[in-house]
Design a protein around this ligand. Sequence first.
Ligand code: UDP
Length: 456
Amino acid sequence: MSQGHMIPMFDIAALLALRGASVTFITTPLNAARLRPALSPHHPISLVALPFPSADFGLPVCCESFDALPSPDLMRAFFEASKTLLAPSIRYLRRHPTPPSCVIADVFFPWAREIAREFGVPRLTFSGFNCFSTLCIRNLRAHGVLERVGSETERFVVPGMPHEVALVKAQLPAEAEARFVDLRAEMRDAEEMADGVVLNSFEELEREYLNVYRETTGKEAWAIGPVSLSNNPSNTINRGGKASTDELQCLDWLDQREPKSVVYVSFGSMGRLSPPQTAELARALEASGRNFMWVIKGGDGLPEEFKEEPVTERRMVVRGWAPQVAILSHGAVGGFVTHCGWNSALEGVCAGVPMVAWPLFGEQFLNEKLVVDVLRVGVRVGVERPGGLVEGEAIEKTLEEVMEGGEEGVLRRMRARALGEMARMAVEVEGSSYVNITRLIEYVLKHKSNRDLRLV
Ligand code: UDP
């Protein structure tokens, strides 16, 4: 339960509903309230809100999402609390006149396999990762590479990839973090035992990795994205919740800027820079002389003038939630500084804009490799590991490279535009993602016993 998972899952639900499936989306009251504005009569989804027992697990009342956790120390309690959703989910589904035909569950809900078992239907998982990162992590695990690597800084190569991918341990999601070993194992088992995975990606973007994944696991991998493109355009503004600043103000401000002149900066729903890093970034953005829109959560270290005057000719500082997909697809945006959360990176791909890759944690360092080295539509800001400080001058230089960058800059922008075009074609009727949705639905029809198609 975090925005980076909830939003694409809800898009997936909408996509399946658009194709005629009856979809039930099970979540908790506050998450349902956030998602409700994005419901559309074009893709009817039945949104079910089950009570979340925050207080019983020592969580603040109304804490139903990762980004609302006051401290990472409460992560375990949060996972434990989420497990209590199993019994009411099954009760709800038993009462329903038609049993489900398939369960698509987030990888953080390994207990959802009990639902699939109860109704004897296929279970697919969704991790929010792209196929490249999924495959890297899977292959490292399967070959026991991390056990052999001594230090956090020792370089190693990921086995079984179609080309060389070199990493250091510090660039991987905190797999081995002692307090989560058991949870990780539960999730891994649930993923290994699932009937397949659903990915927010598309064949043309990750064909090599998708093929290797299918061959090595013998499982189905349905790339049905970019899911952000499949959203009903009238709901783009409300994607993931009501925008905190007047959303039209963001777009109005962009309307008044030259085409491709604005740098859009965002670190996702949870990314927070340290106060010194925030100050360095502010300095670099000012020094770059470019227009910028900076969406910031928290904001310690933000210069006083940015707080007092968030909107000027050259800058717009948005404190809180912003309508990212609408912003990125605005013609005034010419570059995207991103933490490389997969949804954001893929939304950048869809918008056809070059990116400054600034990973913070989790699998974001792997996504950076995909964006910079494989797709070649981004430039590294130069963070080597979580928490590494990037100096203002280095940020400014990277901004210049992405927004100008000479001949290579021109080529990068051309590649970005071409990928954006490819992404749009993938979701069109008979495009690769459209066809994969058809295949997914056919798979479910083949493996279910009841007549109606009902997905949970
Ligand atoms: N997002 C948004 N407005 C914000 C912050 C995030 O619309 O102010 C959306 C963004 O478009 C993306 C998701 O939230 O769809 C964030 O997912 P991502 O995987 O990029 O990063 P995470 O938040 O999981 O680190």
